[in-house]
Design a protein around this ligand. Structure first.
Ligand SMILES: Cc1cc2nc3c(=O)[nH]c(=O)nc-3n(C[C@H](O)[C@H](O)[C@H](O)COP(=O)(O)OP(=O)(O)OC[C@H]3O[C@@H](n4cnc5c(N)ncnc54)[C@H](O)[C@@H]3O)c2cc1C
Length: 501
């Protein structure tokens, strides 16, 4: 029997993953990607011999033993790849020069925090106890929620019986709220700065857990190279990929998806369409906007989105070895400033000096990331001069701030670059330029369960992007691609197969 043809929209990590698993399960797959490159948000760009990485800070599942590692192995991304790990997740330096290192190792973290602030023993012990609840935990990779029976649910609940109540508790409190329990302002700021005060505390704990066992590293070569490895795996499985091919419409007939139409007017027939592109654009632009699951509707109308970011990247003729130990550092400004419509009290800085492949010898890439306000940037969309001026102001402000902390930095800069929320939106089509998705509340999960990967009233259409696995991130994107193929196989009465190269 002829293979079913799948048209996949988008060659981000979720689209590439859907393509790989589609091929492993005997489907004929073609990915249509607007851009000239694979990876979507998982990307990097080169300026004057420096590779500015635009994505991976930590890759969950980067080491054997973590359940996600097997997923990355299936996608051919980790085999033979060196991973760089950090012992300190985040370092925070107050205006008085005191420094708090958020060690990944809970014993070291507890001792360090208590040394900094014995008066905070109670919340410190609470935090460490929560972290220890998740000792050895890694994200289960199994069946998608759509295919889980009541028995599967019970098995999962049994497997997570030790963690469930802590998981719920930490999902309802933000890192910023928990930080208020600390008397020492440095510890409070350090917790909030590490991952964003608006983020549920569970996000911080889930980051520290794999980092403590060196399973959340940075893949040598960076994000684009990582995406290219998955693209190679896809092509080696016999998958086709078309670049410069923007899909403008999902074609339908008799309540079924029957293919896609491209920007140049080409119509491509398919038996199944998988959209691995932005959810809002898929429902409202590639379709006519009249069909949405209640879950999609509620989230698109009122879901709390992760704010977008501004990334300032520098190519510098030196290596900031002071930053070797930590993934990144935030330091408090003596004089707060106003940048891009927001008050800025802290500047963060990260050095990629650990990966020599990203810069000429003796040089390194340094970045600074600021939380951004989408509305501010969206207003600049039509005013190129004002947009460029704002970027210059931001680059200059970060330069001065980093130079004040690391004297000589400014004089060593060879090249700089500013990516804004408009850059991310233009490059990937993601709504409001965001790089993650929503922060789901336990109430939402209680009411809706999970985010659907189908569209009501249209058969043979699946959604595989990070938007179906909030809060997003690379493991979520890879899982989304895997899960839609699992659903597809179940609908076709086939046993799902996953292989390793
Ligand atoms: C600065 C930054 C830091 C990050 N840090 C981390 C991290 O440390 N760890 C982590 O796990 N994750 C991180 N992420 C998040 C992670 O990159 C994303 O969650 C993930 O890559 C999303 O993958 P995706 O395939 O679902 O979507 P995308 O990457 O957005 O891919 C969608 C693809 O579809 C294409 N497309 C869209 N519309 C069309 C169309 N109409 N026709 C054809 N093609 C189309 C786009 O061009 C794009 O290639 C970070 C992201 C950013 C930007």
């Amino acid at each position: 029997m002829a293979e079913k043809r799948i048209a996949i929209i988008g060659a981000g990590i979720s689209g590439l993953s859907a393509g790989c698993y589609g091929r492993m399960n005997g489907y004929e797959t073609t990915i249509f990607e607007s851009h000239a490159l694979p990876g979507g948000l998982c990307t990097a760009w080169t300026r004057q011999g420096y590779t500015f990485d635009g994505c991976i800070h930590w890759l969950t599942g980067s080491a054997p033993g973590d359940s996600l590692y097997a997923l990355w192995e299936e996608l051919g991304a980790v085999q033979g790849r060196k991973m760089y790990d950090h012992s300190v997740f985040w370092r925070t330096v107050g205006a008085d020069g005191r420094s708090f290192s958020l060690y990944a190792d809970p014993d070291r973290l507890e001792a360090h925090m208590k040394e900094l602030s014995p008066a905070d023993a109670e919340p410190i012990e609470q935090l460490i106890e929560w972290i220890r609840t998740f000792d050895g935990f890694s994200m289960p990779v199994g069946k998608p929620r759509e295919l889980m029976s009541g028995f599967d649910g019970l098995k999962l609940a049994f497997r997570m019986r030790r963690q469930l109540s802590t998981l719920k508790r930490l999902s309802t409190i933000t890192t910023g709220e928990f930080a208020k329990r600390f008397q020492d302002p440095l510890l409070a700021a350090g917790l909030a700065e590490a991952i964003g005060g608006h983020t549920p505390l569970i996000g911080l704990v889930m980051t520290l857990i794999p980092m403590a066992r060196k399973a959340a590293g940075f893949p040598a070569g960076g994000s684009l190279e990582y995406a290219r490895a998955i693209e190679r795996r896809y092509v080696s499985l016999g998958g086709k990929i078309c670049y410069g091919a923007r899909v403008t419409r999902i074609l339908e007939a008799n309540g079924k998806a029957i293919g896609v139409e491209l920007a140049d007017g080409t119509r491509v027939e398919a038996d199944v369409v998988i959209s691995a592109a932005d959810l809002r654009a898929t429902l409202n632009s590639l379709l006519d906007g009249t069909r949405q699951h209640e879950t999609h509707h509620v989230l698109l109308e009122a879901g709390k989105l992760y704010p977008p970011c501004i990334q300032v990247s520098f190519g510098v003729k030196r290596v900031l070895h002071e930053l070797d130990e930590c993934l990144g550092e935030s330091f408090k400004l003596r004089d707060p400033m106003r940048l891009a419509g927001a008050d800025v009290e802290w500047i963060n800085v990260k050095s990629y000096g650990f990966d020599p492949s990203l810069a000429p010898e003796g040089c390194s890439v340094v970045t600074s990331i600021l939380t951004a306000d989408w509305e501010f940037w969206n207003r600049l969309r039509e005013d190129r001069a004002a947009y460029e001026a704002e970027k210059e102001t931001i680059a200059a402000a970060c330069t001065e701030a980093i130079d004040a902390r690391y004297p000589g930095f400014k004089g060593a800069i060879e090249v700089s670059d500013v990516a804004t929320p408009l850059t991310f939106a233009r490059y990937t089509g993601n709504w409001k330029g965001t790089f993650m998705t929503w922060m789901l509340s336990p109430e939402f999960q209680k009411q809706h369960g999970y985010v659907r990967k189908t569209v009501p009233g249209i058969d043979n259409l699946y959604i595989a992007s990070m938007w179906t696995v909030p809060p997003g991130g690379l493991p979520g994107a890879a899982m989304a691609g895997r899960e839609v193929v699992q659903i597809l196989c179940a609908n076709d009465g086939k046993r799902f197969v996953a292989t390793k190269p």
